[in-house]
Design a binder for this molecule. Structure first.
Ligand code: FES
Ligand SMILES: [Fe+2]
Length: 426
């Protein structure tokens, strides 16, 4: 008998919490049935990140995305100026209507039989319309909007469940951290054009855990730390800080930056010439927000999970990352770099250098992390060991390099997976 036989409540069977011990069963990372259940219970009912408003600044701008495994596209309506998120499926006989990753369009013409839709989703053209003798339901055949679409400070989310709570209520404590990160920009934030896209042979929840795991940095990313030390960075502070459960499965770890931050902590890597301008950015933050908040913005790193699959890393650069499982042991990752609009070219350059050096798919960190996560996934297939242990820090006030933040995720996962009113095949 396995842990999945003969019991109800998948969540509670796979996530077991005792006063001093927290365990997650490895079936949660390997089973196709669990993945199907996650789609039905998690990705269908929670707010999911679609993109950032700055990616579709002008009327008719659009981006194509896979959100929770489903093809959708986000377009700025030419008449309303509104952000629309549509199911990417023609209302005629189903073809994908938006076939480019990004662009600007007055109309979207389906390539199959050439029905056309405008940027508000309205059906605007049907070839040989006389064939319907005036009975075609033009309104009913508009593109179908995703059930709920809301944005918070430029971050656009959608939800396939019309009954979901409002986005701000859903974000809970994560909202304050988004505010802190976004307020640090002198104007608005924008997504720097271009994406990183890559895949890895690991369960998507391993990347959730890894993204808010400060504990692995010193061992896994040893090469990067040696590189920084060789260039004169003082890493003696280590990863000291705190972790917070932000509610609804969201979590953050916040810690003293052991490396430079383009906004606004200088390090030798940036060069002597950059010192004055970085100090200037910092003085600007102090003026706008006072010492304490400016200190958090300038000197502290944040790795935040917005449940279930959005990561905002405010570390040596600011990245936004989302991922979607395509199999129990495979996920696809998309990542963007975020930066203040109209940033000085030299500051932008330092930011992009920091981003590529550490966080990009060819940087110092991401290949290490992929290796670690794929290694876990391979280790699971060996069998013999049923449970992962996620108890670190349970018996003390948890620190940034403990595992309280992962437990916050897993508790919400358990609650979602325990729900009986969401069937796998509705
Ligand atoms: S499927 Fe789109 S026009 Fe026929
Ligand atoms: Fe890492």
């Amino acid at each position: 008998m396995t842990v999945l036989d003969g019991l109800v409540g998948t969540g509670s069977r796979l996530v077991v919490e005792e006063p001093e011990r927290f365990r997650v069963h490895r079936d949660s990372m390997m089973s196709p049935e669990i993945l199907a259940e996650e789609h039905a219970k998690i990705f269908e009912h929670n707010w999911l990140y679609v993109g950032h408003e700055s990616e579709i600044a002008n009327p008719g701008d659009y981006v194509r995305r896979r959100v929770g495994g489903r093809p959708v596209f986000m377009v700025r309506g030419a008449k309303s100026g509104k952000v629309n998120v549509f199911h990417n499926s023609c209302t005629h006989r189903g073809a994908v209507v938006c076939r480019q990753d990004r662009g600007n369009a007055k109309v979207f013409q389906c390539f199959y039989h050439a029905w056309t839709f405008d940027s508000e989703g309205t059906l605007s053209g049907v070839p040989d319309r006389e064939a319907y003798g005036g009975t075609l339901d033009w309104e009913g055949l508009a593109l179908r909007s995703v059930a709920r679409v809301e944005s918070y400070r430029g971050f656009v989310f959608c939800c396939y469940d019309p009954e979901v709570v409002g986005l701000v209520e859903y974000l809970a404590g994560a909202k304050d951290y988004l505010d802190l990160i976004i307020d640090a920009a002198p104007a608005d934030m924008e997504i720097v054009r271009g994406t990183n896209e890559y895949g890895m042979d690991a369960n998507w929840k391993l990347l959730v855990e890894n993204s808010i795991d400060g504990y692995h940095a010193v061992s896994t990313h040893d090469t990067y730390f040696k590189y920084l030390v060789a260039l004169g960075t003082d890493l003696s502070v280590g990863v000291t800080g705190t972790a917070h459960d932000l509610g609804n499965g969201h979590a953050v770890l916040e810690y003293e930056a052991p490396w430079g931050r383009p906004v606004a902590k200088w390090e030798p890597l940036f060069g002597e010439d950059a010192k004055a301008s970085v100090d200037g950015l910092r003085a600007g933050l102090v003026e706008r927000f006072g010492e304490e908040r400016a200190h958090r913005m300038a000197d502290l790193n944040r790795n935040m999970l917005i449940y279930p699959n959005l990561i905002v890393n405010d570390i040596m650069a600011l990245t936004v990352r989302t991922f979607v499982p395509t199999a129990p042991d495979h996920m696809e990752v998309t990542a963007w770099e975020m930066a203040p609009r109209e940033e000085q070219p030299d500051v932008r350059q330092r930011r992009l250098d920091s981003f590529l050096t550490f966080l990009g798919p060819g940087g110092f960190a991401t290949p290490d992390d992929i290796e670690a996560l794929e290694s876990c996934q391979q280790g699971f297939t060996s069998g013999g060991v049923e449970w992962n242990d996620i108890s670190r820090g349970m018996t003390r006030e948890p620190r940034a390099n403990d595992e309280a933040q992962m437990r916050a995720f897993w508790r919400r996962w358990r609650a979602d997976m325990d729900r009986v009113d969401r069937t796998v095949n509705p």
